[in-house]
Design a protein around this ligand. Structure first.
Ligand SMILES: NC(=O)c1ccc[n+]([C@@H]2O[C@H](COP(=O)([O-])OP(=O)(O)OC[C@H]3O[C@@H](n4cnc5c(N)ncnc54)[C@H](OP(=O)(O)O)[C@@H]3O)[C@@H](O)[C@H]2O)c1
Length: 325
């Protein structure tokens, strides 16, 4: 396993992060434990959960699995989006909601600290000054050790970072954006921003929620137990013209190289110089095994470009296409 530094925190994380969104949902507690053990055996020390995953169930399982090996792990969780039941104050990045959620996460995770605490999304109703101040308070109290943000635009990250820096608060050390061969918006602003500012990038959905395994272009369009067949939200997110054609051609490249598409898709995301650790998602250990092999593939500059050419490169923020190369 390779390890990289998480921003400027000094904490070293494995170059693959174990995602747990399926824990307690698609994956039973037993299957979740099998995946946790497999990740640990592979040298993964970085695990990602959130309060909303299985409505707290994922954090409870992770908390149970961490007993006896807690100090090996860099533990990340998140809050902002509402858990069930959804009351009017059970959401957002207010002082009240974040404090309550950190305390609840610590209880479910059976720990006294969260190494990386993310805002799960941008809250337009709370002043960033208030949010960054409460995060700084939580860092000073030792309940969270570093701060990340997920699903933020680059201007939102830099606005929050500017406030933190001007006021001497703990700064943002990691971002968690969506990134895969079919979702490349992050290349326009977020990745260059993170590289410029020494912020770690921990991308989620590197398989495009399973699209890049090629299973939806097969005759049976994936088994019934698959994300796009079970979730309208994911079916909409990935039901975009051209994605299946990209997946079909991507599978051909993987076959040509003699590797499994899931392995290659994660290797491609991990190969971007701005990426710290893609987050692996799986419903069982068999799926996870393929993803864990990603770092064994050498992505040469030629192979990187061959794969990148299978989907449109998003235009630069200046729209000056002639200056992109
Ligand atoms: N910050 C956020 O807003 C956010 C959002 C999403 C995820 N995340 C984090 O990122 C992690 C990974 O995200 P993700 O699950 O969307 O990642 P992903 O890698 O794009 O998709 C994983 C899904 O693809 C399918 N799959 C995986 N390996 C496969 C294989 N070998 N063959 C066929 N299908 C396979 C499985 O779904 P099916 O079997 O059900 O088809 C699996 O659950 C999550 O666990 C979570 O920690 C964060």
């Amino acid at each position: 396993m390779q390890y990289k530094h998480l921003g400027t925190t000094g904490m070293a994380v494995s170059a693959l992060c174990m995602g747990t969104m399926t824990f307690g949902r698609e994956a039973s507690p037993e299957e979740s434990k099998a995946m946790f053990d497999l990740a640990r055996e592979a040298g993964i020390n970085f695990i990602d959960t959130a309060n909303i995953y299985s409505n707290g169930g994922s954090e409870e399982l992770v908390g149970a699995f961490l007993q006896g090996c807690r100090d090996e792990w860099i533990l990340a969780t998140k809050a902002t989006y509402p858990m069930e039941p959804k009351g009017p104050n059970d959401r957002g990045s207010s002082r009240r909601h974040l404090r309550m959620q950190v305390e609840a996460s610590l209880r479910r995770l059976k720990t006294d600290r969260i190494e990386l605490f993310y805002l799960h999304g941008f809250d337009p109703h709370t002043a960033l000054e208030e949010t960054m101040r409460v995060l700084d308070d939580l860092v000073r109290e030792g309940k969270i050790l570093s701060i990340g943000v997920s699903n933020f635009a680059a201007w939102q990250v830099m606005k929050a970072q500017g406030i933190a820096m001007a006021r001497g608060y703990a700064t943002i050390q990691a971002i968690q954006p969506m990134y895969s061969l079919v979702k490349r918006q992050v290349e326009v602003e977020l990745l260059p921003m993170a590289q410029s500012e020494a912020i770690a990038v921990v991308p989620y959905s590197p398989l495009g929620a399973g699209v890049l395994t090629g299973k939806y272009v097969q005759k049976d369009k994936g088994t019934t137990s698959s994300r796009l067949n079970e979730s309208d939200m994911y079916a909409k997110r990935y039901g975009v013209d051209g994605y299946q054609e990209t997946a079909r051609r991507f599978v051909e490249v993987a076959q040509d190289l003699g590797v499994r598409p899931a392995t290659l898709a994660i290797a491609w995301v991990a190969a971007h110089p701005g990426v710290t650790a893609p987050i692996l998602g799986a419903r069982n250990a068999t799926q996870l095994e393929q993803s864990l092999e990603a770092l064994s593939i050498e992505i040469t500059p030629e192979l990187y470009e061959r794969i990148a050419s299978l989907s449109p490169t998003p235009p630069p923020p200046t729209d000056r296409l002639e200056e992109t190369r």
